[in-house]
Design a protein around this ligand. Structure first.
Ligand SMILES: NC(=O)c1ccc[n+]([C@@H]2O[C@H](COP(=O)([O-])OP(=O)(O)OC[C@H]3O[C@@H](n4cnc5c(N)ncnc54)[C@H](OP(=O)(O)O)[C@@H]3O)[C@@H](O)[C@H]2O)c1
Length: 194
């Protein structure tokens, strides 16, 4: 498993699963329950978009000074043929709209599937992490962690670029569920070469 050798607090509502994950992650990882104080400077919403909207509302008062990272894909899993957010916005922007203006939201990791993300690469090629956000400082803070993990952070512009980052996964995931493209499976990642 790749990591940036930073401490990480896992907030989970299922105590057993959370403790198991903390044990897997090893030194530097700690467990917390919903409602506990958040310790980190970067908060990654490793949950569905709908859950993310609820969680940021619940934690709004604790997020000052932190960077909130929205990783969700908004592809409708019922048909892989539409997005669940309206055109003219993105899941990341919907989350930003729920937060005070001084809490920066960054879109990242949605183009990296779990398997490749755990390895940090597909084959020997390190993953690209496309990062969109309106705060340069927030993007720089996340990029430093991404780079320390051995991945390549790519500043992809303002938060509204999350629309394209989320929409492109409609193409990618549509190919992945299409039996005519067996090589486009969940072990792939979106990468700009070289
Ligand atoms: N998996 C991928 O390859 C991949 C790639 C790119 C982006 N993403 C994005 O990453 C996010 C997580 O994906 P996943 O595949 O890990 O999903 P998942 O396997 O369904 O895991 C979701 C986690 O969210 C937790 N959760 C759900 N509702 C919650 C709530 N209201 N409050 C707190 N925790 C809640 C669940 O906890 P419980 O165990 O308590 O139910 C579960 O641990 C999604 O937004 C997805 O679009 C995933």
């Amino acid at each position: 498993m790749i990591h940036a050798r930073k401490s990480v607090q896992i907030v989970g509502r299922n105590t057993i699963k959370t403790e198991e994950l903390v044990e897997d992650l090893g030194a530097g990882a700690t467990a917390a329950a919903p409602g506990d104080a958040l310790e980190g400077r970067i908060v990654i919403l490793a949950i569905s978009h709908d859950a993310a909207k609820k969680v940021v509302s619940d934690y709004s008062s604790q997020l000052a000074g932190k960077v909130v990272v929205h990783i969700s894909n908004t592809v409708d899993p019922a048909n892989f043929d539409r997005l669940t957010v309206p055109s003219g916005t993105s899941g990341a922007e919907e989350v930003a709209d729920l937060l005070p203006d001084d809490v920066p939201v960054v879109k990242a990791f949605n183009t990296c599937f779990a398997g490749p993300r755990e390895k940090g690469a597909v084959g020997s090629v390190p993953l690209d992490v496309f990062i969109a956000g309106d705060s340069e400082e927030a993007k720089a803070r996340l990029s430093a962690v991404v780079a320390a993990s051995g991945l390549r952070p790519i500043d992809s512009g303002p938060l509204r670029r999350a629309r394209e980052l989320e929409a492109f996964m409609l193409v990618v995931m549509g190919l992945q569920v299409n039996p005519e493209h067996p090589r486009f499976n969940w072990d792939t990642a979106l990468k700009i070469l070289p």
